[in-house]
Design a protein around this ligand. Sequence first.
Ligand SMILES: O=C(CO)COP(=O)(O)O
Length: 247
Amino acid sequence: MTQRKPLVAANWKMNGSKALVDDMTHSLAVVDFTAVDVMICPPATLLPLFPQGTAIALGGQNLSQYDAGAYTGELSASLLLQAGARYVLVGHSERRSLFSEDDDILLAKVQQAVATGLIPVFCVGENLQQRQQEKTTEVLAKQLAAVYASHPELLAKSVIAYEPVWAIGTGEAATPEQAQQAHAAIRQLLARYDTVAASKVRILYGGSVNASNAAALFNEADIDGGLVGGASLKPAEFLEICRSAKD
Ligand SMILES: O=C(CO)COP(=O)(O)O
């Protein structure tokens, strides 16, 4: 139905090893990459350990808002690119809440990524209290506006990830209906800034995706793949999730 090719992305967070790089690469060799794009965001030190010349794309989990200089411990977009990344997560809820990344920082990060040729995967999502107070759309609107209202040209270069905070790492995924409703709202909100880009942008669902619930989620009209945490550390299960995504 859609012209959007699905993307299934792994976020290993602060997990993984050289052994997992090898196991995952081996396991994913059988994916039909004409039907789905697959991307892995390992810890940055593991990026160069992935073999070159496979169809698996790589991403960073975070980047600096600065381009170079005296920023001890930080990694620039250019360093990630040179380590093999093509994508980078920006604004994951763990970065927002645990590392105090605010709207201004996140805009700077998306700009750094795009200026350097990385595709930002911009993460948005409400927490439980916001959902219970029926503020989900309002929260999504504010998070998206922080980047795309002032810089609509960044949308055509982005991927969006909808990750409701209450579904991350809890085993309680959004239902396909809940997720589709949020994805449709995101697409509609983005259409304010660029209608064409909004219809083309891939919107991934993240939050307790596993091999049992992936197909039903990916089947929804505005869900263009997933951003998978815990289940992306298990090669056989992650392969199943990749296989659940079709055009
Ligand atoms: O945060 C996530 C991906 O970025 C989701 O994590 P889980 O799949 O472990 O819920």
